[in-house]
Design a protein around this ligand. Structure first.
Ligand code: P5A
Ligand code: ZN
Length: 515
């Protein structure tokens, strides 16, 4: 076997291992993580994975977008330490309650026990806010809008999954803001929601926005607004959260400022975060049985040129391909040429798997007409494009591809949101997406609904109102509606209410940690 033959047979073997997405989304997801060169899952610590360079190229572009959006809206990037002293970590009772089961502790320096244990940040409130106490002095120091992109550690006990539920979240983008008034902080939460919505649009991802119920809000916060994505199997993935923290953390960490009238007041805060779950959502929504489908802005390779070579005219074909490649590169387009001796089918397979947006084929017959064949990755549609204007055609197709991916995803999402009036209807539709139903808003009715349906309340989409709604549990009239979904990839604090409250009154807590 020649070297190239070997390569080809290996590729073909992989080709057969991507299971059909529509039938078994879970297996498809696991398979594409490897086949799409995203991550190596063989790292010998549970819940930790290695980015392949190709996957990291995707990550880099996704995080360039969020950085751009934040930088353009008054945020500044910063970097805080990974280690948090136990003394700071243990100050905010509600916050500890939410995270205590998830924290990794550093207890030793070499062989000597540390005087004060150090937590690996599960999120950075308790690292950042003691410094905010030092930085915030007067009303003129606000608003303060900082963010960082870091790794955080959460000892997740449910099954871990690459990009979705990690013990080392490698790409945690967390923003922490400080404001004079509660209303200003509330406005910032709305801005954060807008930034995240725009961010997901750039990834051609539509999201569902809702205000989380009381029992599901961020530990230590006043309220939480969250963005969820409906995954292809109908279950929802929480991809972003924006929390109003009120003055709760400010009181704990003594973040005060002098008002214009010379009084002292506690600051109001918000924080909001996303993780590499955004990449999980992107590949899941757009990918297909042939592999990754990536919005052009994200694709590490946007165009692949495949010369169709015969003995006759090979030189001219190569010259034309090189010319097109140089012109595309000149316009900043990420382009590769595949002149290898793989058979055409194997070449298509390889580049389709990597989510290359456009394939350009040029052969002797195309040259006779001064044209090339263009194939779109998302639709598979072929078109003939004149060589002279091919750069413009490529640009137009890439723009169209982003919009078409988004439109298709919106259509799919809308077809998976089912308005219901009775709980029996909700039960029926939950296998295929999200249900909306009236809800009076009481915790009692909410929890009853969750029990009856064996599903979770995502939250209230405050921008949607229900005329003449009737709560299906208590029968009260209401204008509120609620999203209900099967959500199996929940995050830390969503599990909090599963722990009986009697176990952890704050007093017991402190006692426990003082011992
Ligand atoms: C907001 C930023 C926070 O931690 N503190 C700073 C706030 N919120 S959060 O909801 O707990 O997390 C933010 C988002 O991170 C994702 N996420 C995860 N992703 C992968 N693996 C995990 N184990 C994990 N846990 C949380 C979720 O998308 C969440 O909305
Ligand atoms: Zn009710």
């Amino acid at each position: 076997m020649t070297e190239s033959n070997k390569q080809e047979s290996k590729t073909v073997e992989k080709e057969m291992t991507l299971p059909p997405k529509a039938e078994n989304f879970g297996e498809w997801f696991n398979a594409i993580i490897e086949a799409g060169s995203l991550m190596d899952v063989r790292y010998p610590v549970k819940g930790l994975y290695v980015w392949y360079p190709f996957g990291f190229g995707i990550r880099k572009r996704v995080y360039t977008i969020i950085r751009e959006l934040l930088d353009n809206t008054g945020h500044e990037e910063t970097l805080f330490p990974l280690l948090i002293p136990e003394t700071e970590f243990m100050k905010e009772a509600e916050h500890i309650k939410g995270f205590e089961e998830e924290v990794y502790w550093v207890t030793h320096g070499g062989t000597s026990p540390l005087d004060v244990k150090l937590a690996l940040r599960p999120t950075s409130e308790t690292a950042i806010y003691p410094m905010y106490k030092l930085w915030i002095r007067s009303h003129a120091d606000m608003p303060l809008l900082l963010y960082q992109v870091v790794n955080t550690f959460r000892y997740e006990t449910k099954s871990t999954r690459p990009l979705i539920r990690l013990r080392e979240i490698t790409s945690f983008k967390e923003a922490h803001t400080v404001h004079a008034t509660w209303d200003e902080a509330a406005e910032q939460v709305e801005k954060a929601v807008e930034i995240y919505t725009d961010f997901f649009k750039r990834l051609s991802i539509p999201t569902l926005l809702s205000k989380r119920p009381e029992w599901d809000k961020f530990p230590g916060g006043d309220y939480t607004k969250a963005l969820d994505v409906i995954m292809p199997d109908g279950k929802t993935l929480q991809v972003g959260t924006c929390h109003h923290l009120g003055t709760n953390f400010a009181k704990t960490y003594d973040i005060r400022y002098e008002t214009e009238t010379g009084d002292q007041a506690y600051a109001n805060q918000t924080c909001y975060g996303i993780s590499e779950r955004c990449i999980a959502a992107m590949i899941s929504l757009h990918g297909d049985d042939k592999g990754l489908v990536l919005p052009p802005e994200i694709a590490p390779v946007q165009v692949v040129i495949i010369p169709v070579l015969f003995r006759k005219g090979a030189e001219e074909v190569m010259a034309a391909c090189n010319d097109v490649m140089a012109r595309l590169k000149g316009e900043g387009i990420r382009v590769e040429m595949d002149a290898s001796d793989l058979r055409p089918g194997a070449k298509y397979y390889k580049w389709e798997m990597k989510g290359v947006c456009l394939r350009i084929e040029i052969g002797p017959r195309d040259l006779e007409n001064r044209s090339a064949v263009l194939v779109r990755r998302d639709t598979g549609v072929k078109e003939t494009a004149p060589l002279d204007t091919i750069v413009d055609t490529v640009k137009a197709e890439m723009k169209a591809m982003h919009d078409d991916l988004y439109d298709a995803a919106v259509e799919k999402m809308n077809s998976m949101v089912h308005p219901c009036t009775k709980l029996e209807e909700v039960k029926e539709v939950l296998g295929n997406g999200v249900a909306t139903i009236a809800w009076c808003g009481s915790e009692e009715c909410g929890k009853k609904m969750e029990d009856i349906l064996d599903a979770g309340i995502l939250g209230i989409p405050e921008h949607l109102k229900h005329e003449n709604g009737i709560c299906p549990v208590c029968g009260k009239e209401t204008d509120k509606i609620v999203y209900i979904a099967k959500k199996y990839w929940i995050c830390v604090f969503e599990k909090r209410h599963e722990t009986p409250a009697v176990w952890r009154p704050p007093g017991f807590f402190f006692l426990y940690y003082q011992l």
